[in-house]
Structure formats: C-alpha cells, structure tokens
Write a protein that binds this ligand. Structure first.
Ligand code: MD6
Ligand code: FE
Length: 216
C-alpha cells in the first residue's frame, strides 16, 4: 500500500468490535458533515441544551436536548421518553433527514439493516463533564440497536459488561466516530470519562454526542 502519510496514519482499524453486538466505526461521519452540523445548530436554537436533574436530585454535568418524535428526559420523577420538551411545552424539533440517513447508513455498515430511529438524544460535554456508568433501558424496544455519533473533542468511552461491577474497557471516541450497539451488548454498562480540555477545529471546546434510538 502506498500511503503518503504512512508515518502519520492512524494505526487504529476503521472498524473495531468493542464487544459482541457493539461495533465502532471510525471516521464514518465525514461526508455530509456540514449538513448535520447546520441541522444541529437549528435544533439547539429551538430546544436549547439544559442540565437535567436525576431522580436522585443530582444535576447532570452533561447538557442535553433531543430531536425526533420522542425525547429522553429526567427529573425528580424519573427517567422517561416524552414527545414534549418540558422547558418549552412544545414538541421536540423533528429529526432532520440528514440525521436519519446517517444513522441508517451507520446501522447498515454495522450489520443491522432497517433501523428506523424515532428519538435522537443530543449530549453536550464541556471539559470536565462526564457520564457515569449506566445502562440504556428506558426504551420499550430493546431489540433495536442504538447508533451513537461523536463530534468535537475526543472522549474516553468506558464499556463494561452486564454487571455494574464488570471492569470496563476503554475506547477513544473522536470526531466522526460512530458506535453501533445492540443484541447482547444492548444492556451493557457504559459511560464517558471526564472530558479533557482542548479545542476542536470544527466544534470548538466541546464534545457533542448524538444517540439514535427506537423507543416504541
Ligand atoms: C456519549 N453515550 O457517548 C454517551 N449509550 O456521550 C451513551 O450513553 C451511549 O454512546 C448507549 C449506546 C451508545 C452510547
Ligand atoms: Fe447510554
């Protein structure tokens, strides 16, 4: 192989299995990037990022918003999906076709065809923000996968097992990387380590994560 940048080439494979049912697609999201980022700005203008409160009363360091027919919310009453943004009283912004296309293409590349997400949770991390180990189990349809898109500053993703006590493996998630995750990995514990400071050329001093789910 002739590679002009051989000395600089990223040694990590384009596709890596994190666990059975969980695959990491590196640098998947490059084409169509501008569309997705423009749509993201429009969503945030309509439904701004906010720090939600967990049922235990802890304010999350990650700021969140949603698009799609359902949005993930948490407050003192619990975690749930709601079609209405509790801050505005209006429906969440619609899921743009550029988002849906990206999620569908990633699911197909990850070996899962016919993924039709109805919810997209948008997470925003500034340096120091983190997400503790958790399971994603608020969706009714646990048979459908989750597609998770990383933008901006790189993060360390912690991927454990089905028990909270299982020691997590660590993976770097960079701008353009997409994790596709389902089947036996669907209920694995996972989280994000405190974000290291930095400046991303496109996204600035933050990391954005889009997670696409099928809720109903
Ligand atoms: C994040 N992601 O990457 C948080 N959950 O910011 C998640 O919690 C997540 O990436 C389920 C499946 C994929 C994920
Ligand atoms: Fe999660």
């Amino acid at each position: 192989m002739t590679d002009l940048f051989a000395g600089l080439a990223d040694p990590r494979p384009a596709q890596e299995t994190m666990a059975e049912g969980a695959v990491l697609l590196r640098g998947f999201f490059a084409a169509g990037e501008a569309d997705v980022i423009a749509e993201l700005r429009a969503i945030v203008a309509q439904a701004p990022f906010r720090h939600m409160v967990t049922p235990g009363g802890h304010t999350m360091s990650v700021a969140m918003t949603n698009c799609g027919s359902k949005g993930w919310v948490t407050d003192r009453r619990g975690y749930r999906y709601d079609s209405v943004d509790p801050e505005s009283g209006h429906k969440w912004p619609a899921m743009p076709s550029s988002f849906r296309d990206l999620a569908e293409r990633a699911a197909a590349q990850g070996g899962l065809s016919s993924f039709s997400p109805d919810a997209c949770l948008v997470n925003r991390y500034v340096p120091g923000a983190k997400m503790s180990l958790h399971q994603d189990k608020d969706e009714l349809d646990l048979g459908a996968p989750i597609v998770s898109v990383s933008l901006g500053l790189p993060a360390t993703f912690m991927f454990g097992g089905l028990l909270r006590s299982d020691k997590p493996k660590r993976f770097r998630l960079a701008h353009g990387d997409i994790a596709v995750w389902g089947g036996p990995a669907r209920l694995a514990f996972h989280g994000v380590a405190p974000l290291a400071d930095g400046e991303h050329p496109v996204m600035g001093r933050q990391r954005i994560n889009l997670t696409f789910r099928k809720v109903i």
